[in-house]
Design a binder for this molecule. Structure first.
Ligand SMILES: Cc1cc2nc3c(=O)[nH]c(=O)nc-3n(C[C@H](O)[C@H](O)[C@H](O)COP(=O)(O)O)c2cc1C
Length: 205
């Protein structure tokens, strides 16, 4: 069982999201899972610049065999994609920024959502190629977006869409309302840890 932890917690020691990531990593290691960590604060994904997008399109859509500079500029995206494809479980963790994923997390999704590798066209529709794999989203946010406010959250729903589009069976644990209800911070994080444990216990069996 191999777990890939993709995390973006740029506040380091002060990050509440990081507390949840560390909890998940500790739990997985206690179950003897092989754990690989991709820290997006240190390993920043490449962007789909015009040149890189052209290479990606020529190779993944037009079937061209790339070489030299054209291939080299996809190297980091391809390495991140291969890393994800080798995992049985993907944990994607980050705080909500401006009602969505931080841009660096979106850049990671743009790197790994490669046609022909993690998804493809099939029978007039789409097929996720990451079948039989699970994914867990771990996220914290200052506000809480339930009920009438649910439409403001483009963070967890977007990550769920990205991961399920690639074929993962996805669940999410959110520590929501941490800034709005500071007196409840330890309860919110404690509840999130309990949910993480529940998900990972199911996975580790
Ligand atoms: C740049 C920035 C943008 C943020 N945008 C939102 C937001 O749109 N909605 C929200 O509820 N919280 C927002 N927050 C608050 C964080 O999501 C919240 O404090 C989170 O718990 C921080 O996680 P961390 O402790 O792991 O850094 C934002 C924080 C930052 C730094």
């Amino acid at each position: 069982m191999k777990a890939l932890i993709v995390s973006y917690c740029p506040r380091g020691e002060r990050s509440r999201t990081r507390q949840l990531v560390e909890y998940a990593v500790g739990f997985l290691k206690s179950k003897k899972a092989v754990v690989e960590v991709l820290d997006l604060a240190k390993e920043v994904p490449d962007l789909l610049t015009p040149e890189r997008l052209a290479s990606y399109y020529r190779r993944n859509y037009m079937g061209e065999k790339l070489a030299g500079k054209d291939l080299a500029q996809l190297k980091k995206m391809d390495a991140m994609t291969a890393q994800l494809m080798a995992a049985d479980l993907a944990v994607v963790a980050y705080p909500m920024y401006n009602f969505s994923q931080p841009a660096i997390v979106k850049a990671w999704f743009d790197s790994v959502m490669q046609k022909g590798k993690t998804w493809d066209f099939a029978q007039g529709g789409y097929a996720g190629l990451m079948k039989n794999r699970k994914a867990l989203i771990i996220s914290t946010s200052g506000g809480a977006y339930a009920g009438d406010l649910a439409g403001m959250d483009h963070s967890v729903p977007l990550s769920k869409l990205h991961l399920s589009f690639m074929g993962f069976a996805v669940e999410a644990v959110t520590g929501a309302g941490i800034n709005r209800y500071p007196e409840k911070e330890s309860d919110i994080l404690g509840q999130a840890k309990a949910e993480i444990q529940k998900f990972l216990t199911g996975f580790a069996q």
